[in-house]
Design a protein around this ligand. Structure first.
Ligand SMILES: Cc1cc2nc3c(=O)[nH]c(=O)nc-3n(C[C@H](O)[C@H](O)[C@H](O)COP(=O)(O)OP(=O)(O)OC[C@H]3O[C@@H](n4cnc5c(N)ncnc54)[C@H](O)[C@@H]3O)c2cc1C
Length: 267
């Protein structure tokens, strides 16, 4: 059984700055980390591996060369291997153009075609883009079922039972394998890197797959393959109109304040 865990490198801060001229994120100012929910997805994969002896856990990230670090971190935490998708042709990808290479990579990792025993896990959303679209899109490109907001996973023979969080409780679903699951924070407590894992991360070579390796054309991904266009990025400006009534013992300030409240229907 292959468990492919999608993991995105994101800025290690919620204070993400945007370049208002180019509409892109200013990434150089931040220390980048593994998307926190992807740590939960990885831990879920490791939990499945602890219960079975035929499981291989592979981390996959699409990003610039430094994204290799999240894969090394994944191996230090227990993943068997990692694969980086990196190519200039990927830059400027929107969610659709991100999901296509990730789905293709899952096929490659699973031996050319995702098989009846394979599983793709990812975070419910990334802390920077935050669309929550990539997991469902990957499932659609793979032509396999998806469950989002998953808080528990039990793998059976050819199927997976999950609990999925909904607004007023949770749903229990059974999906046939292969499938894609996007997980929530409550699913588990991610583990820490181990000494053995850190040693493995240093010695394991992380293969880098390009557009060509995945058999994709530049029309499938990057800016060319992205139907989304960022028209404008801006920081909302908050302004408050202030009216100051100064109390001068004449009582007019109070009267004016009451009139003001009346005019707004606040009294
Ligand atoms: C027009 C446009 C241009 C863009 N240009 C760029 C750009 O130049 N550079 C850039 O970095 N971003 C760019 N983005 C943002 C980029 O498209 C998104 O960051 C990316 O598609 C993932 O979307 P998300 O963060 O909303 O992921 P979500 O759907 O919220 O993520 C859910 C899960 O999917 C998985 N996942 C998501 N992305 C990846 C990934 N890259 N690798 C592995 N797993 C992943 C993770 O498991 C994650 O937890 C652009 C977006 C648009 C709309």
């Amino acid at each position: 059984m292959h468990i492919v865990v999608l993991m995105k490198q994101v800025p290690g801060t919620s204070n993400v700055k945007m370049d208002e001229n180019t509409g892109t994120m200013i990434r150089t100012e931040h220390e980048n980390v593994m998307n926190p929910l992807d740590e939960n997805a990885l831990e879920a994969a490791l939990e499945i591996r602890r219960l079975r002896d035929d499981v291989s856990v592979v981390g996959v990230s699409m990003g610039p060369p430094p994204a290799k670090r999240v894969l090394e971190e994944a191996i230090a935490m227990g993943a068997d291997s990692g694969v980086l998708l990196s190519d200039r042709g990927f830059s400027g990808s929107d969610t659709l153009a991100t999901a296509i290479p990730l789905a293709r990579a899952a096929q490659v990792i699973c031996g050319g075609r995702i098989g009846p025993d394979d599983l793709v896990l990812c975070g419910e959303r990334a802390t920077d883009g935050e669309t929550g679209q990539v997991g469902p899109m990957v499932s659609s490109f793979l032509g396999v079922p998806v469950a989002t907001y998953v808080r528990s996973i039990h793998v059976g023979d050819g199927y997976v039972d999950v609990e999925r969080v909904v607004e007023d409780g949770f749903e229990r679903l059974r999906l046939s394998l292969p499938a894609v699951l996007t997980v929530v924070k409550d699913i588990n407590q991610p583990g820490f890197p181990t000494l053995d894992g850190k040693i493995a991360a240093r010695s394991v070579k992380i293969p880098v797959l390009t557009l060509k390796d995945l058999g994709l054309s530049p029309d499938h991904t990057g800016l060319h393959g992205s139907p989304t266009r960022v028209v404008r990025v801006f920081r909302p400006k908050f302004s408050r109109d202030t009216v100051l009534y100064t109390q001068d013992n004449s009582g007019t300030a109070t009267d004016n304040l009451l009139k003001f409240l009346d005019s707004r229907g606040l009294r």
